[in-house]
Design a protein around this ligand. Structure first.
Ligand code: ZN
Length: 275
């Protein structure tokens, strides 16, 4: 079977220290946690940053520090978030692509939705802005689709020539306000993209492990990490991102999916590398 690309979503913007005391917050903590995840088998670090008080921020300097620390120790692919926080304007959210050298990947949130108790606004205008800024910087978008209509948004932009192939999708299931986490929904999402596109699954909370397992069997790729789920098993907090990665590596071994190195992941995703 095809090698498995594991993304680790290190800290996100929603998880708090009340949810888990093991959440990394400072740039050094985030980078160290990503490096631990890399050593466990993750090839992509999905990065958000926080202020020292734990509140999500979009600050280029903080993204820069995290990326430099990760790149000093590993050849991990750095994928920055452009999600930021719901209240931030699009211009502020896209600043994470301004690190130097640019990130190899960035999240591209493919539409608007209710998100928990808030509204996550990604207007057509914002999508155009994100696409343009990523293109200018040579950043590969990770198309985060929280519902089926968002896949259509991306396919429409692809048909308009907005993006450069190959295309990589992340199907996010289980967010309150987005598509539910069921095998039927995942299958429909996978069947909505085109031959040659790659995809990864993001399962929220207790849905993480079942969806990861489905994706492995369906020859997709997976994301784990404290952004999406803080539990290693029912009632037991994961003490690190590495622990969550170790668990999916064990599962991958059982299911016959060899785990891709960062170099192999670059080949599979069509990333040129940092040179
Ligand atoms: Zn994220």
């Amino acid at each position: 079977m095809e090698k498995l690309v594991i993304t680790c979503a290190i800290t996100g913007s929603q998880t708090t220290r009340k949810d888990t005391p093991y959440l990394p917050i400072t740039p050094k903590e985030i980078a160290d946690s990503a490096i631990g995840a890399y050593r466990a088998g993750a090839s992509i670090a999905h990065i958000h940053v926080r202020g020292d008080d734990g509140v999500p921020v979009q600050e280029v300097q903080r993204f820069q520090e995290v990326a430099e620390r990760i790149r000093a120790e590993t050849d991990m692919i750095v994928e920055v978030s452009t999600g930021g926080h719901h209240s931030m304007p699009a211009e502020e959210r896209i600043c994470s692509v301004d690190i130097e050298p640019p990130p190899e990947m960035a999240s591209f949130n493919a539409g608007s939705m209710n998100f928990g108790s808030g509204i996550f606004i990604n207007s057509p205008e914002a999508l155009t802005l994100f696409a343009r800024r990523m293109h200018e910087k040579g950043v590969k978008p990770e198309f985060e689709c929280f519902d089926c209509g968002m896949i259509e948004n991306v396919l429409r932009l692809i048909d308009q020539g907005t993006f450069t192939p190959p295309y990589h999708f992340s199907f996010v299931l289980g967010v309150s306000g987005g598509i539910g986490a069921s095998p039927k929904n995942l299958l429909h999402m996978v069947e909505s993209i085109r031959p040659g596109d790659t995809w990864s699954v993001v399962g929220i909370g207790r849905h993480q492990l079942p969806l990861v397992t489905m994706a492995m069997v369906m020859e997709g790729h997976v994301r784990v990490g404290l952004e999406d789920n803080v539990f290693l098993s029912k009632g037991t907090l994961a003490k690190s991102n590495a622990e969550l990665v170790e668990k999916v590596v064990r599962l991958a071994n059982e299911l016959g999916r060899p785990v891709a190195t960062a170099r192999e992941a670059r080949q599979m995703l069509g990333l040129p590398g940092l040179g």
